[in-house]
Design a protein around this ligand. Structure first.
Ligand code: PLP
Length: 290
């Protein structure tokens, strides 16, 4: 992606270097805004309606009206996709509350939001991650209590992710009051005695689009699954752990806090889910109805 790449800002498509916002924008001053990351495979926006519904929920959660309906969002994002040189992309969409020229915490009336979207080249997850598995660590969940909102205010996520990296792990699994909720930028799945388990939706985790898809694929395949709170202690005893996100898709965690999960290799249910996910993606790319 270079400075000539077209981005969308408040009704215009323009080269990134020409896109400008005010330093008084509340997104810049307060982190007052929400976002989405939407993969685009073979030029097709993946699960767009699900992402737009979550965007509506995030906006409602921060007391903002959506500046566009779904048809308008679709047309903006499809136009952005069409203006890019490659077909495999990841779309970043951000809506902030905008600027009145004042810095005041209280929400001003009649303010115009700032709408920004850009396309980044989508890099397929490294196949070695699925082959070998990854390491994760458990860390204290230092975030706020509205993690269901996809807020741009990501400083706590940045810090825990870096702490995980400093410890040689790829992701931090976040623990609040002894319970594992999700990763710093991913949802959490576990397998115990053949049952796929994921923490239930709550204010302590983001309702991931990939999370829902994995549950959907499991149910379609009649694989046993449940939504259940899991303690940090129980986490270590699971047969398998997986992380999911739009950009990571599904990856197996084979080591947690330097100790093996199961036999320390990606498990059979992970392989089954990875195949179901790959098949779903291939059908979307080919335009075949599922
Ligand atoms: C905190 C958090 N949880 C979960 C996810 C996974 O969500 P999705 O599957 O919609 O990408 C993300 C994605 O960035 C995230 O930041």
């Amino acid at each position: 992606m270079n400075e000539q790449t077209k981005v969308y800002l408040n009704g215009e498509f323009l080269p990134r270097r020409e896109a400008r916002i005010s330093v008084m924008d509340r997104g810049f001053l307060f982190g007052d805004g929400v976002y989405e990351v939407i993969p685009c495979y073979s030029g097709k926006l993946f699960r767009l309606e699900h992402h737009l519904s979550r965007l509506d929920d995030s906006l409602a959660g921060i007391r903002m009206a959506s500046p566009h309906d779904h048809a308008e969002w679709r047309s903006i994002l499809e136009e952005l996709v069409a203006q890019q040189p490659c077909s495999e992309q990841s779309i970043y969409l951000q809506v902030t509350r905008g600027s009145t020229g004042e810095r005041d915490h209280a929400i001003p009336r009649g303010i115009q939001p700032t709408v920004f979207a850009m396309a980044m080249p989508f890099e397929e997850p490294d196949p070695q991650l699925a082959e070998e598995g990854v390491s994760a660590v458990t860390l204290d969940d230092i975030r706020w209590r509205l993690c269901n909102i996809k807020a741009i205010t990501l400083l706590a996520n940045v810090l825990v992710k870096q702490e995980a990296r400093d410890q040689g792990a790829i992701e931090a699994i976040l623990i609040r009051d002894g319970i594992a909720h999700e990763g710093a930028a991913s949802n959490l799945f576990m397998v115990e005695n053949g049952v796929i388990t994921t923490p239930p939706k709550s204010r302590f985790l983001l309702p991931g689009i990939t999370r829902d898809l994995v549950l959907e694929l499991a149910q379609r395949e009649k694989l046993p699954c449940r939504e259940e709170a899991v303690s940090e202690q129980r986490l270590q005893q699971m047969d398998e752990l997986w992380l999911t996100s739009s950009t990571k898709e599904v990856i197996p965690v084979t080591h947690l806090n330097d100790r093996p999960i199961g036999n320390g290799r990606p498990g059979p249910m992970f392989r089954q889910m990875a195949a179901l996910y790959a098949d779903y993606k291939a059908r979307i790319k080919a335009g075949t109805r599922y």
